[in-house]
Design a protein around this ligand. Structure first.
Ligand SMILES: Cc1ncc(C[n+]2csc(CCOP(=O)(O)OP(=O)(O)O)c2C)c(N)n1
Length: 650
């Protein structure tokens, strides 16, 4: 039977043209049909490589033509191109000298999945978190001016999803008055990871489809295009005509125009020739400009066009059929922590009518979608807006609701003041579920949830907990909504837990109480969170060496279990702390403070994420690099205990 090929336009895979592009300089002389050919080859190359080495997929396919047009027209790295989030920049990486390394994308020691200035001079700004590009572009344009380099073009490429982030508006507002030369390209594909939300999405659709508005605008546009062809200095004429029409029609009816941006578009983001013409024309126009480009996420790969959420960042898939290649297991696997959260919040919300679920743009990633599907009126996707998500939750709490605000640990960094000012000072009972806490793996430094323990520990009145396993995650969520009394943080990692049979009846956890998992005599290990399971493995290795270790699962960083610490320090003078979090400021720091404040004497070794930025790799590789995988913990323990054992032997 004939099988439908998922690559809709079959492209030969010899990459004849792509192979000749070592840098954007090689693209300047390409003719129209060659730009089209290069786009096809680039798309095919991304499909081929990402299908076998997983990463972000749909977003890069959607901007293939835009990427080719940008590097054809602009003169990077002198001209600066800033990719918002940067998950769509694979084409940019491939065209800027990283084609032959692209198979190492996101792998340990390989290139980063996001633009990174230390990796390439073509990566004008480091990204990973959204909505920063317009601010950075404005700063660069201002800086260039000071250096007398205002001929330098600065381009920010931002998606409609990322335009839901508050920073983007702060920057548009500032840029509209700052009168710097900069171009914002709005890549409008009507989707973030999940479908875009909010009124702005409707507005963008309106201006993209309003016939009368676009007719007037197109007339202006055609005239500009015409003028630019008959005279190299179209600016003077263009500006006169544009200003006249702008004041009549555009300014009243276009948000960007009213912010003093010249608005161009919407244009078809898959027509590489038209894009290059448009970019050449507007490059010459001074001041802040916004080009509205309409694209399709996943363009050119049928399965990714059909299921844009799943193909945002799929695992391995068949490059011909688009079928996902799932790992097969011979026995049932423990669940993902995110699914434990998703199923548990729904279960709790069925009985506690006050529970409301909030996510800033991650319904699928956080699995809040499980509750969303059954209770759409009690769940909110607020857009990529972490600060708003926190204060919106605070508002809900003032009304007596029990908000569960689920934010990835690294994105929570955005909303620090909101947690202190809007939640903690008012002691509002918001439950913060921090997904992806600790080392997250291949997304790398921008995405590791390294700092939450440190940055929350110093806030008065916070409860900060981390479960050892799925059952504890459920019990902590259950406890947090039983007698809501103030902010309650529950952090858990990316990936699977350890318990197959995890859906057990709820039981209340005593706040501020840890537990002893194992007794021992040579040394005590204190851990917090699921990393405690690596400690358990380390202890079994150590038993073979006759090293006897006591293991305590702290469960709460705050309030910390002082009676547990008392009993540990009355028995042990050697202690190791283990946390999948920055060793500066987290559990280890808390324990050392406790020893100091209570006049105990002990040697404490802190294992955790060191005081430097850790790059990408698998979680296992990174645990190993940081020395808190089971082998690392065992090795550190041996080092601490062996002199003591030798003394005993003598
Ligand atoms: C501050 C922040 N919150 C959440 C994310 C997770 N995230 C990565 S890409 C993305 C969607 C971006 O949508 P859009 O800008 O429209 O780009 P598209 O993927 O549609 O091309 C989200 C929510 C992030 N990178 N940064």
């Amino acid at each position: 039977m004939h099988q439908k090929n998922s690559v809709m336009e079959e492209t030969p895979r010899d990459y004849t043209l792509l192979k000749t592009i070592e840098s954007p300089a090689d693209m300047k002389m390409l003719k129209p049909d060659e730009l089209i050919q290069l786009s096809k080859e680039l798309r095919q190359f991304i499909i081929e490589v990402v299908s076998s080495n997983p990463g972000h997929f749909g977003a890069s396919l959607g901007v293939v033509e835009l990427t080719v047009a940008l590097h054809h027209v602009f003169n990077a790295p002198y001209d600066q191109i800033i990719w918002d989030v940067g998950h769509q920049a694979y084409g940019h990486k491939i065209l800027t000298g990283r084609r032959d390394n692209f198979h190492t994308n996101r792998k340990y020691g390989g290139i980063s999945g996001f633009p990174k200035p230390s990796e390439s001079i073509y990566d004008a700004f480091g990204v990973g978190h959204s909505s920063t590009s317009i601010s950075a572009a404005l700063g660069m344009a201002a800086g260039n001016k000071y250096k007398g380099e205002d001929d330098r073009q600065v381009v920010a490429v931002i998606g409609d999803g990322s335009l839901s982030g508050g920073m983007a508006y702060e920057a548009l507002n500032n840029a509209g008055n700052a009168k710097k030369n900069m171009l914002v390209i709005l890549n409008d594909n009507h989707i973030a990871i999940d479908p875009s939300v909010g009124a702005m999405k409707d507005y963008l659709l309106d201006i993209a489809t309003s016939r009368s508005y676009n007719r007037v605008k197109n007339d202006v546009w055609n005239l500009l295009g015409f003028l630019s062809k008959i005279t190299p200095n179209a600016r003077h004429y263009a500006q006169k005509i544009e200003n006249a029409i702008k004041s009549i029609v555009l300014k009243q009816s276009n948000l960007f125009e009213s912010l003093n941006f010249r608005y161009f578009g919407p244009v078809d983001g898959h027509d590489v020739m038209h894009l290059t013409d448009v970019l050449k024309d507007i490059r010459e126009i001074p001041g802040p400009k916004l080009l509205h480009v309409v694209t399709q996420k996943g363009k050119g790969f049928a399965k990714a066009e059909e299921n844009q959420t799943a193909f945002h960042s799929p695992g391995m898939f068949n490059m011909h059929t688009g079928e996902m290649i799932l790992k097969s297991y011979d026995k049932p696997q423990p669940p993902l922590y995110q699914d434990v959260f998703g199923e548990t919040i729904l279960e709790l919300a069925r009985t506690n009518k006050k529970i409301i679920g909030i996510t800033p743009a991650m319904p699928t990633g956080s699995s809040l979608k499980i509750m969303m599907d059954e209770m759409p009126d009690r769940t909110y996707d607020v857009g990529i807006a972490e600060q708003h998500a926190v204060t919106f939750s605070a508002g809900l709490a003032t009304a007596g609701m029990v908000p569960f605000c689920n934010i990835y640990s690294s994105f929570m960094q955005r909303a620090y003041d909101q947690v202190i000012h809007d939640v903690a000072i008012q002691n509002l009972p918001v439950v913060f579920c921090l997904d992806r806490a600790g080392l997250v793996g291949s997304d790398g430094a921008t995405h590791h949830g390294a700092y939450d323990l440190a940055y929350f520990r110093c806030i008065p009145g916070m409860v900060i907990a981390s479960p050892l396993n799925e059952i504890e995650l459920r019990d902590l969520m259950y406890t947090a909504q039983l007698k809501p009394a103030g902010p309650f943080v529950i952090r858990y990692p990316r990936g699977r837990g350890v318990t197959v049979d995890w859906k057990q009846p709820f039981s209340e956890v005593q706040i501020g109480k840890g537990q002893q998992l194992k007794d021992g005599t040579d040394l005590a290990i204190l851990s917090i969170g699921p990393i405690g399971n690596q400690v358990t493995r380390a202890i079994s290795m150590l038993e073979k060496d006759n090293i006897s270790v006591a293991h305590y699962d702290m469960r709460f960083l705050k309030p910390i279990d002082t009676s547990l610490l008392e009993s540990v320090f009355s028995r042990f003078d050697k202690v190791i702390t283990v946390e999948d979090a920055s060793i500066v400021g987290g559990l280890g720091s808390a324990v050392i403070e406790y020893i100091n404040d209570n006049n105990h004497k002990a040697r404490v070794l802190r294992l955790g994420i060191p005081d430097r930025f850790v790059d990408h790799g698998t979680q296992e590789e990174l645990y190993r690099e940081c020395g808190f995988d089971a082998e690392g913990i065992a090795a550190a323990t041996r080092k601490m205990v062996i002199p003591h054992l030798l003394t005993k032997a003598i």
